[in-house]
Design a protein. Sequence first.
Length: 646
Amino acid sequence: MDQQGLLYEDRFLESWAGPIITNPSTAIVELVANGWDAYATQVSITLPDAKANVPFSIVDNGKGMTLAEFQYIWRAMSYDRIAKFGTTTEPPSDVVGFPRPVFGKNGKGRFASFCFATEYTVTSRKDGEEFTVKVSRTPSNPLVLETIEHEIEGLTGHGTEIRGVGTIPQLSFSDEQARQLLGSRFLANPAFEVYVHDTRITFNDIPTESLSVVEVDIPGAGKATIHHIDARKADKSTKQHGIAWWVLNRAVGDCAWRSTDYSRILDGRSSEAKRYTFIVQADFLKAADAVKEDWSWFKDENPVWAKVRPIIQDKIRGIIADTTRDELNAKRQNVLDKIGPSVKTLGPLSKERVNAFVHEVVEKCPNFGEQEILQLSTILTKLEKTKSRFGLLDLLHVQASSDLDALHNILTEWTVGMAKIALDEIQTRLKLISELKAKVQVPGIDEVHELQPLFEKGLWMFGPQFESIEFTANRGMTTVIRDLFGVKGARGTLNRPDFVILPDSSVGFYACSSFDEEYNEAGVAHVIIVDLKTTGLALGSKEKEQVWKYVKELKKKGIITRSTKVDGFILGDQIEQGEGGVRTEDDDQVKIRPLRYDTILVRAERRMLNLHHKVKDAPFLLDQQMQLETFLNPQDVVQDSLLAEQ
């Protein structure tokens, strides 16, 4: 059967781009964001009106595009704007300004015009070149481009115009709705003006329930005005949200949540970070010489700025608390109403604990939804009903008097909860050591299913630096390496997609994320590679080179960068003479260490203060030893059919 290319159903764009081309609210935000990313200072919108025969249009004075740039951007179905041009955009040559953080990243916003027009034209001018292209779609082709005009020299200026042609759709999306929506997201920078039907969007367009204005007196400095804009619904990211500082009606720096804002104001409240915008007007900071000469930010050493910032941050924190208090009270009451019938059956002290728990979770975990709090409260209610009072008495009855004295001392210095946390962690680690000690002695042990999962839980054995950082198995890295070796059909890969399975080893990749200044995930900060070799294979330079090959492949694929710290551990039962040292690469960012299994176990026991030997008769270890003996020495099974023949 001949295959002549991909086939598209009529619903392809609707399912791929989703609300960008089906929801006018999403579409208009995406289109204005495109103007922002093009470093426009002015965007003018005309919404379609089928009754008045008015087509849709949006015009910006941004950097524009050449025809070649347009054709690439519009045709690339998974266009990655950040990968090609970075997270910021520079101003056009005739515009003075700082780099702007970009709004879009996947290029889907270019399809938003289909929400307002069945077909549209794009006219753009850049570097003396101007073109007009008609964009349409058919049931079998989601994007058809037809060049109408193209001039390549003698033109000045820059910008882009999108104009709807063809059938004008009937939309229940008014000018007022557009002005309210855009006003809640694009007023933070006074140098970026948005117009709807020739009228500029201002604070007056934001409904009263979404805008509040508070004046703050700064002793000895002046008066600041805080405009609080509530988008009413958290966006996908913090872009276009945060704190914007205005001085003499000019933005100082970008609108963003900065590190001190998170620690002093938000305290982990990510939903508020994606929902609220605060515009602080403080003209007196110019007279106080607090603004840097290039207006990129304020002078950290300026005493007036040092005084103003914490006062404003505290005021904003109070505004957020006041705004969310009614919502939190409603959430709290709904949870208490739903668990009420169960709580009524509890004793007075249990009722008090459950009620206190609900109040504290709602207050200190504002990101928890009502359903999550309800589930937690229901669990607590059940625990209050089923406390093992008599079981505890039975355990105390069989203890020796010396053990009861020891228990008294423990409970004097520890809470039960603290002791349980510590003992659970100790028990988990001791059981891990015990299991590894038994399994590494087995010739031909299945390292994929029996050893690699244990090391996944035991990265702490490699050193204290891996204690405080959360590492998780990274399937993306595993896929890259698996494709490198072409071992898709190798043993175990279908059952254990977390590991790369090779003839003489299995490799696990564990990573922790890095974060940018806005606490958004921004890549990989640290990678651990655990390469478990089969017994009888001496570790040497060849095995170190293999791990370095993994690192180079991950860098080549863009999974990690030169700044990513990498620790590679190669484990086996023997090391070649003279090959026990650490191999370093990339200015010590990459370290590759060969280790014997018995060496890592000795380290693990010492890190646990040799407790494994001291508590080897503990019930949980004795029970585990019985399970391991069954695993390591399975009983022969005689089939019934063979018994019948004897």
